[in-house]
Design a protein around this ligand. Structure first.
Ligand code: FAD
Length: 465
């Protein structure tokens, strides 16, 4: 059977469903093929389940420290079964929501594997929709990514895990090693440590969280150590072996480390299996990502690719932005390409990290004459009230001739709820606002967002606090 559409999307994760929703909202006749469940990595084994379990950890922490607020509560006990059930309920609800949205916009949903063929046709097979061929004016590939693994680490889902496995645990490990000190690894370290596991983070690079400003990464590392998380950077983990009930990690130049569970968090690789790229003539780069230009066009006219399958920051909101860009582009509008250097980043560890734009180091390297200002959570009323004074806000700006601060180049934060506070920093950086302009913004009092206001104000040479 064959069917014609304006747009066919392969993959129903954030990149795919955003393209389908936005395309349908713009009046296109859209079909979308998904081989598993709508929502992709983000909804089922990524953003949503990870953040939901981190909220369980936050509740645990609140109860454990309730005495400080004059509340007597017993020592908290975690029930991972109940925590997993709540997580699943939220995932299911969101899954139903996205399915309904797509149906409401009259997107034709097909269950099966999509494979690109000649002349912008996509064959669908192996699922409930049976064998079908879709002819389209445009095709968007949004097939996402899967966890990378490490040689010498045979993932069994129980003792050696990827992020997919960790998000389904029903019992807490006593000792866990997290390999990889990036966003996902640090969120897992935070989660497990809050709930009572002994956690060691092993990072090969000289420090954790390489994308964030040094001051932010350093404070996060210190905060982790205070909570008993061992953070070891600049270490190479070669292999592991079973040692009775434990697993022993062979770390170059160090004693072996015995743990109960290893979570491999060394990034994600693009997923293009069975997509038919070679036969259709779509080029990949040396890392296996689909090669695209600034409008996400592949080497094949009319075929685009968005999200984790291309070499751009692997974030759901970047996939959304690319999906919108592509739909505008194929409609013949003149969209502005995504500015990847200035996308927002959010890490939901405790304390949280959020940042946008240049770090101090990268701004200097790029040749800017830089001024910075740092304000710490210790002096902030709201931070004291909620009992979360570990944190800082750092604003990186261009030095102006008159000394009142030029363009804001970067905003980097670590501390409680900073993922919810980055919005102003994002606007300032992306609107190319200057220090004097943003210094006039009024921050509600008492809030932690006052720290951003103060940091900018102090760059004018006149601070309040
Ligand atoms: P995916 O979400 O991977 O979706 C791809 C879809 O395509 C899948 O459903 C797959 O089944 C389907 N598919 C693949 N091949 C085919 C085919 N041939 N035919 C049909 N269907 C196919 N990002 C954030 O922005 N914030 C976060 O807090 C965050 N937390 C994360 C936490 C974890 C633990 C992980 C692993 C990731 C996290 N991410 C986060 C990243 C985010 O999940 C991804 O960037 C996002 O899911 C990418 O979307 P995508 O649509 O490109 O791909």
């Amino acid at each position: 059977m064959s069917s014609d559409h304006d747009l066919v999307v392969v993959g129903g994760g954030p990149g795919g469903y955003a393209a389908a929703l936005y395309g349908a909202a713009a009046g296109l006749d859209v079909a979308m093929v998904e081989k598993q469940k709508l929502g992709g990595t983000c909804l089922h084994v990524g953003c949503i389940p990870a953040k939901e379990l981190l909220e369980t950890a936050a509740v645990y922490r609140t109860v454990a420290h309730a005495g400080r607020f004059g509340i007597t509560a017993g020592a908290p006990v975690v029930d991972m079964g109940a925590a997993q059930a709540r997580k699943q309920q939220i995932v299911d609800q969101l899954h139903k929501g996205v399915s309904k949205l797509l149906e409401g916009r009259k997107v034709t949903l097909l269950d099966g594997w999509g494979s690109l063929e000649a002349d912008r046709t996509v064959s669908v097979s192996g699922g409930e929709s049976g064998e079908i061929t879709l002819a389209a004016d445009h095709v968007i590939l949004a097939t996402g990514s899967v966890p990378r693994t490490l040689p010498g680490f045979e993932v069994d889902g129980e003792r050696i895990m990827t992020s997919d496995d960790l998000l389904s645990i029903t019992a807490l490990p006593k000792r866990a090693a997290i390999i990889g000190g990036g966003a996902i690894g640090l969120e897992f370290a935070s989660l497990l440590a809050d709930l009572g596991s002994e956690v060691t983070v092993l990072e090969a690079l000289p420090r954790i969280l390489m994308g964030a400003d040094n001051d932010v990464a350093r404070l996060l590392g210190r905060a982790f150590r205070k909570r008993g998380i061992e953070v070891r950077s600049g270490v190479t983990v070669n292999s592991c072996r079973s040692a009775g009930d434990a697993i022993e990690l062979d770390i170059e130049g160090n004693d072996p480390l015995a743990v109960d569970v290893v979570v491999v968090c060394v990034g994600r690789q693009p997923f293009t299996d069975g997509l038919g790229l070679d036969t259709a003539g779509v080029k990949k780069d040396e890392g296996g990502y689909v090669a695209v230009d600034e409008y996400c066009q592949t080497s094949l006219p009319g075929v685009y690719a968005v999200g984790d399958v291309i070499r751009t920051p692997q974030l759901a909101h970047v996939a959304f932005a690319e999906a919108i860009l592509v739909v505008k582009h194929l409609l013949g509008e003149s969209p502005t390409p995504v500015d990847y250097a200035n996308v927002p980043w959010a890490i939901y560890s405790h304390p949280e990290v959020a940042f946008v734009g240049h770090t101090e180091e990268s701004a200097i390297e790029a040749g800017h004459n830089v001024v910075t200002s740092v304000h710490r959570f210790t002096g902030n009323g709201r931070a004291m009230i909620v009992g979360e004074t570990d944190g800082l806000v750092k604003v990186i700006a261009e030095r102006s001739v008159d000394g009142t601060g030029g363009r804001i180049l970067g905003v980097h934060m670590v501390g409680s709820w900073v993922t919810e506070q980055l919005g102003q920093g994002y606007l300032a950086v992306n609107w190319e606002a200057t220090v004097p302009e943003v210094a006039e913004f009024i921050q509600p009092h008492p809030t932690m967002s006052e720290l951003f206001g103060e940091s900018v104000l102090s760059l004018t040479g006149r601070a309040l606090h």
